[in-house]
Design a protein around this ligand. Structure first.
Ligand code: SAM
Length: 263
């Protein structure tokens, strides 16, 4: 992405309904359909894509998200109907492309990425996922993480020989989105795959969890969300994350002397 796009240039991209941007351009959010917006973005214009697209039809029909003290809320946005976003992610990203999916979809991601870009299937291990109520088969233990890389650049990450498994409990905090990812999980992925100052994109940002993780870890963020109500949630969470980060930056630094004086 050209982070120097002016407000009017950004709004002239087809499909952008609304936008939020920080004064320094380190965070840009568009409300719109990423399938319309992505083809207008230049090749290699972000450092990484870490995205959480809708899952397949089967998952959407069965899944319920536990919120509000345990009541079930059905996923209220459409399932994926094709894999065209994978080619766009790999074209727009200079380096890593990380996409959440149902475990059963990992093969589809592998085919869509092709041998040159496919790295491997990773796992979000959910130790406290919803149990199998019927009791006649194993419950779902986790979700897939399709790990891909732009073919034209050298691979590197920050986690050495770590296995591609991220263990993290489901976050049932009161974020107004039915499939909000845990912030802790997104912070780990951002820390493992990206560097300080990198530009990370999530073209299906929902309530903006990837963006909050980026802000907390000193990465720039570009997000797109189609649904106006989720775009509003993302803007509000991201504004709050920026305010907290600036407060922390402005706070007096703790020194040995501060401890001595406090006692
Ligand atoms: C799995 S959710 C993402 C949840 C997010 N990771 C979070 O923590 O809140 C997928 C999101 O993609 C949005 N979406 C679906 N199709 C889209 C499209 N074509 N363009 C942009 N956003 C889309 C949905 O409205 C939904 O909020």
């Amino acid at each position: 992405m050209n982070t120097n796009l002016t407000r009017s240039e950004a709004m002239s991209l087809r499909g952008v309904q609304r936008e939020f941007r920080t004064d320094d351009g380190s965070v840009v959010l568009y409300q719109g359909d990423c399938n319309e917006i992505m083809p207008q973005l230049e090749d290699g214009s972000v450092d990484h894509v870490i995205a959480d697209p809708p899952y397949d039809q089967r998952t959407h029909e069965r899944a319920r998200s536990l919120k509000n003290g345990g009541s079930d809320i059905a996923i209220d946005f459409s399932h994926l109907s094709n894999m065209q976003h994978v080619g766009e992610f790999l074209r727009i990203s200079r380096r890593w492309v990380i996409a959440f999916c149902a475990l059963e979809q990992l093969g589809e991601y592998k085919v869509a990425a092709g041998d040159a870009a496919w790295i491997r299937g990773g796992l979000w291990d959910r130790p406290d996922g919803t149990p199998q109520i019927s009791g006649d088969r194993p419950g779902q233990g986790g979700e897939g993480i399709a790990i891909m890389h732009a073919p034209r650049t050298k691979k590197r990450w920050n986690a050495g020989g770590k296995r591609g498994t991220w263990r993290c409990g489901v976050d049932r905090s009161a974020v107004d989105h039915p499939t909000c990812k845990p912030l802790k999980l997104m912070c780990e992925l951002v820390a493992d795959f990206t560097e300080f100052g990198d530009l990370v994109a999530d073209f299906y940002m929902g309530s903006g969890t990837t963006g909050v993780a980026c802000i907390q870890n000193g990465r720039r963020f570009f997000g797109i969300e189609k649904e106006p109500r989720y775009f509003d949630v993302a803007v509000s969470r991201i504004r709050e994350a920026i305010a907290r980060t600036s407060l922390l930056e402005a706070a007096p630094k703790i020194t040995q002397r501060s401890f001595t004086e406090a006692t």
